[in-house]
Write a protein that binds this ligand. Structure first.
Ligand SMILES: Nc1ncnc2c1ncn2[C@@H]1O[C@H](COP(=O)(O)OP(=O)(O)OP(=O)(O)O)[C@@H](O)[C@H]1O
Length: 257
């Protein structure tokens, strides 16, 4: 059984992509993609290395431009968005990168304050402290507030990275390989965290992963990129209920549970 989640709003699409194409020279990475994300939904995007998963989330967040198609994000059309609107839109989207990229010379507290101080210049000390405490509590790491990143485990650093993203209260979360390089128990803890973030912060998320245990644990819906298109979408079970050798191979090599 995949996960069950009941708060998804099927009437509201926070991301709505139609006919998206993107090439690099002669290499056609995305070949007419249709994809949507409902409000409060966790959507897992699966695909082999090099299939264009990172390119897709870069286009969603405006870091890369699409060649053609429509990319609706929180009511904006990002294909022809102005730079100002793009900056405003980016504040509503949180990224959790593969390498959490904490600042090694700053304590956990300073790392968490950093995006706040940069983006919301008029906050009082008390407000900053309470926001830091709130996100630290949400990721279960209150005790690390005065530690340096080098004193944390890989899983803890990943959590702090997620906390730092949450502090700006994003409406959409984009997780790039959230369990990469983590052991199975730590991975499970991150999967649980992704689900609890969805519930506590009402985020809608795209989770890019190779880890099928993660896909099963966090995905309300799964979409698989094959040859530049989402040829399979549905529940975890639906996506893998096929004789397509490309899908079977992906399952056999990536499911270790
Ligand atoms: N800026 C770029 N210029 C040229 N080619 C690019 C660029 N960005 C990505 N590509 C190519 O597009 C393809 C898809 O890359 P992408 O990073 O999206 O893969 P991915 O599915 O995220 O794989 P992985 O899981 O390995 O990160 C790759 O072949 C890559 O070389």
């Amino acid at each position: 059984m995949g996960k069950q989640h009941h708060a998804i709003d099927y009437n509201e699409k926070v991301i709505d992509i139609k006919g998206l194409t993107k090439s690099f020279g002669d290499y056609h990475v995305l070949r007419g993609i249709d994809l949507h994300l409902f409000k409060n939904e966790n959507l897992v995007v699966l695909g082999r290395s090099g299939t264009g998963k990172s390119v897709l989330i870069k286009i969603i967040s405006g870091l890369l431009r699409a060649d053609a198609g429509q990319v609706g994000v929180l009511g904006n059309e990002v294909v022809n968005i102005s730079n100002y609107d793009l900056q405003e839109l980016r504040k509503r989207i949180g990224f959790s990168f593969q390498n959490s990229a904490l600042y090694d010379s700053m304590t956990v507290r300073k790392n968490l304050e950093f995006p706040l101080v940069r983006n919301q210049k008029n906050l009082k000390r008390k407000e900053i402290d309470s926001m830091v405490e709130r996100v630290l509590e949400a990721v279960g790491l209150k005790q690390t507030i005065n530690q340096m990143p080098s004193e944390l485990s890989g899983g803890q650093r990943k959590r702090i990275g997620i906390a730092r993203t949450l502090i700006l209260r994003p409406e959409i979360m984009l997780y790039d390989e959230p369990t990469a390089g983590l052991d199975p128990i730590t991975s499970m803890e991150i999967n649980n965290l992704i689900n609890s973030v969805q519930e506590r912060f009402n985020t809608s998320s795209i989770i890019i992963t190779h880890d099928l245990t993660c896909a099963k644990a966090v995905g309300d819906r799964v979409a698989m990129l094959l040859d530049g298109q989402f040829q399979r979408q549905g529940s975890f079970e639906e996506v893998f209920a096929t004789d397509d050798v490309r899908v079977k191979q992906f399952y056999d090599y990536n499911f270790t549970d």
